[in-house]
Each structure stands twice: as C-alpha cells, then as structure tokens.
Design a protein around this ligand. Structure first.
Ligand SMILES: *Cc1c(COP(=O)(O)O)cnc(C)c1O
Length: 466
C-alpha cells in the first residue's frame, strides 16, 4: 500500500512515511494509491467482531508493512480499552429510521479520541523503532488540545506542549487539559486569544533551528492516519444495520471535512452507503457548495457548535482530488485559485458527481436549540454538534424512506453544558469517570505573548534535552 499526494508532485511513499510527514512536501494531502475493497464474504466476516478487532482489520488494509503481524491489533485493543462502554461506539435508536452512533465514550468525550488514541501509539511505536523523539506543539481553543494530550500522555518517544488562550476556553475543556499530570505533558496559558496562540505555534515552526533542535511535530487534522482510524466505526455501524446486503446513509456534523471523508473512504472500499448528509452550522461553505457549487470562503462566525466553526475545510481537498479524476495538477491549480481568489472553481461535472452522493444543510443556532429540545423531550440528550447532524438528516434525508440514517454523535452533551442547558433547561452531568473533574488539581504556566519565553518553556520541558 503506497500513498500519493493530491497535488501530484510528491513521490509515492509508505504508510509510515505518511504518518510522520502529515502534509506532503508539495502542499497536498496523502491518499492511498488505490482503495482496498472487500468482498461480500469479507464484510460479513467482520460483522459482530469486537470493535478493536474490526478496527485492526480495516486499518490494517492501509498500513502496508509498517506494523508486524499482531502489533496493530494490540495497539487497537489498548487504544479502545479506555473507552467506557464495551461496544466502544454503541448505536442508539432515535426514531423508526434514525440511529445515533455514539462516538463520545473515549477519554475526552468526543470522536477525535478514536483517531488520536491510536495515533499516539502508532507514533510511539514507529519512533522507538527509528530511535527518534519528537516534541508536539499545538494551539487550541478547546477540543483538539485535550484529545491530543490524552493521546500523547505517558508515551515514551513524545513530549507535548499545548498553548491555550488564558481565560478563554470553557472550564470543562481547560480542565480536561490541565488536570493531566504526566511528565511529558505541559500546558501553557498565553496572554492573548486563540489567534495569538496559533501565531506563536506557527512562529516556532518557522524558526528552523528551533524546529530542528526540538524535532517539532504536530498532530494535524490532515494526517491520513487520522482518517484511516475513523473508517472502522462507519463499517461497524453499517454492518450492524444490515450492510453489505442493505444500504445505509450517514449524517455527519462537519467542520474540517475529515470525519465525513472517512465515511466516503468506507464507501470507496465497497460499503453500501447511498447518501452522505453534511451537517454544517452558520459557517456554511460546504452547504453552499453542495447546494449551488458556491465554494466561497467567508469570515468565520461563532456558533453553538464551535468545533464546526470553520470556513476552509482542509480535508475537502481529498474529495476534490477524487472528483477531478485523481488529477494532481488540476487539484493543485484549483487549490491555488481558491487561495488567490477566495472562490474554488469546481467544474460543473465534478460538482454534479458530488451532489449524487452528498446532501448538506446549514443548521442555524435556532434550529440547533430546537433540535436539542425535541430530542430531549423524546428522551435523548444530544450535544449541539450531534443535534446539527440529526437536524440536517431531517432537512435532507435520503430518497428511499426505508434506508436507515446513522447520525454521527460526535460529542458528549456534558462537553457543552451551557448550550444543552439553554436548550433543555437541564444541565447534563459529567460521566462517572470524570465526575470529579472540578476537584482535580490544575497545572499550567501562564506566559506573556513572547516567542523567546515560550520557546524557552518548550526547551525546558522536552525530555530530549535531559
Ligand atoms: C472536530 C469536531 C467536529 C468536526 O469534525 P471534522 O472532522 O472536522 O469534520 C464535529 N463535532 C465535534 C464535537 C468535533 O470535536
């Protein structure tokens, strides 16, 4: 299994190289040279397997010879052992045709744990074999920081430093980061906002000597391994509802287009998915694209579903490459035009091909609140992202009324208690393993917005220098 870049200029390479590189040197994203497909018998053999076993089978079709036999399975078992339900991603029926695929039973209560819990272990394994160490730095306004910290904590070959804007993250999200007491984890609160933190991280990466000294790395949302690790839950849920003999549809609340692209990948492997519904919020670039081939970037506006407050969905480039017949030069030219003009010129035929599979709806905050209330009245507590997914599935269902719709429930309601309380009047409780989150001791350093000070803090933390 080899990987090519969506911009066609980078030489094909292995899973291991793609895992470590993240982005291709031509600026493109990596995709498998060809999609592995499963026979009917192979799909059927996966039905009912324990989740880690199913995940290792599916992911193993993408990892080539990076992991010796048995190693990937052991990593999957470890990665998902910390999830609080043995099903790992249980399906909960919402109405006669809708099911919530609960992806929030991991350590940070959101679906990013599925990929990051495995990625931390993959990195550790590969780096140990190569005798290398890396320092991961990142900026967060909440969500990704905690998932990355949980993924990297206690890993032997990694140190991680996460910058967050002082006083500007929600208490739940900050505490999920700052109460992790592991020697390789360091939290820094910066005087400033999220953009300040992001600029500091960029400046560290642009400081070539520092970058080399620390062997800086990022757990980017564009890393192919993250997408690969998100394919198995689409497979498991579709099989549970009758695939491969029966078609299913998925509705996915989307920001960077990563999670819904994983569903697209499952379809490319032969899983019978009739429709993919994109749930967006007021940041509606994907809904405008599907509706009218209008891919014009606009300023980001805050919403009740902050993890989808994104205007340029970086993983969309992967779909674009496929829609353009895997033509790297065309993809590169289209991305260049998008960067220069703010509007992506997608050919009409490619757009039509996308609309045959995708539906999309931009869910307003008012609709999100109404949907959370409606679900609450029917006995289901949904977070605002999940509610955007179910609302989109009501607005734009698949044509065949008998096709089951599986909605990706991407976060636990307790992760967004204010929005849930505003909608339902009831404040969601933290799950038992986190019930004492507000009593745990927080550890973080407050630093001014100053590159030299922050670089010194990173240098002092990284164990490579000890
Ligand atoms: C990250 C996130 C999303 C968006 O996922 P993408 O892969 O960026 O589309 C949706 N919901 C929640 C809760 C998230 O944390």
């Amino acid at each position: 299994m080899r990987y090519v870049s969506t911009r066609g200029e980078a030489a094909p390479r292995s899973f291991e190289a793609v895992l470590l590189a993240g982005l291709a040197e031509d600026g493109g994203l990596f995709l498998p040279e060809t999609w592995p497909t499963l026979t009917l018998a192979e799909w059927e053999a996966l039905r009912g397997l324990p989740y880690p076993d199913l995940a290792a089978d599916i992911i193993g079709r993408f990892t080539g010879d990076t992991f010796a036999p048995g190693v990937l399975l052991a990593m999957c078992r470890e990665a998902y052992a910390g999830f609080t339900t043995p099903a790992v991603c249980p399906l909960v029926q919402l109405d006669e045709r809708r099911f919530a695929l609960e992806l929030f039973h991991g350590p940070t209560l959101a679906f990013k744990d599925f990929a990051l819990q495995l990625l931390g272990r993959m990195f550790d394994h590969v780096l140990a074999r190569r005798g290398e160490r890396i320092t991961i730095v990142g900026a967060t306004s909440g969500d990704t920081g905690s998932a990355a910290i949980e993924a990297c904590r206690d890993r032997a070959q990694l140190d991680i430093v996460i910058l967050h804007p002082e006083g500007r993250t929600s208490p739940v999200q900050r505490r999920q980061m700052t109460t992790v007491h592991s020697p390789n984890v360091r939290n820094i609160a910066v005087h400033g906002d999220f953009d300040t933190c992001q600029d500091l991280v960029k400046a560290m990466f642009n400081d070539a000597p520092f970058r080399a000294e620390m062997n800086l790395s990022a757990v980017n949302s564009i890393n192919w391994a993250r997408i690969a690790a998100q394919i198995p839950y689409y497979v498991a849920s579709a099989l549970a509802l009758g695939a491969p003999q029966r078609e299913v549809a998925f509705s996915v609340p989307t920001g960077n287009f990563g999670n819904v692209f994983a569903a697209w990948a499952a379809r490319s492997m032969g899983l019978p998915i009739s429709t993919l519904i994109i749930g967006a919020n007021r940041n509606d670039i994907l809904a405008r694209f599907i509706g009218a081939n209008d891919m014009t970037a606009r300023p980001v506006a805050p919403s009740l579903s902050p993890s989808m407050d994104i205007q340029v969905s970086s993983n969309f480039e992967r779909l674009l490459f496929e829609l353009l017949g895997r033509d790297g030069a065309k993809t590169a030219a289209t991305m260049r035009a998008f960067r220069e003009t703010g509007a992506m010129p997608v050919p009409d035929a490619a757009w039509r091909a996308a609309t045959a599979l995708f539906r999309a709806h931009a869910v307003s905050d008012e609709e999100t609140v109404a949907e959370m209330r409606r679900l609450h009245d029917q006995g289901y507590a949904a977070d605002p992202h999940t509610a955007a997914g179910t609302a989109a599935s009501h607005h734009s269902p698949p044509d065949d009324a008998r096709t089951p719709i599986i909605v990706a429930a991407t976060a636990h309601p307790a992760k967004f208690p204010d929005a849930v309380e505003q909608a339902t009047g009831a404040r969601p409780a933290l799950p038992p393993h986190m019930a004492d989150l507000y009593e745990r001791e927080e550890r973080f350093t407050v630093v001014p917005n100053d590159l030299a000070t922050i670089e010194a803090a990173v240098r002092a933390h990284a164990r490579r220098n000890m």
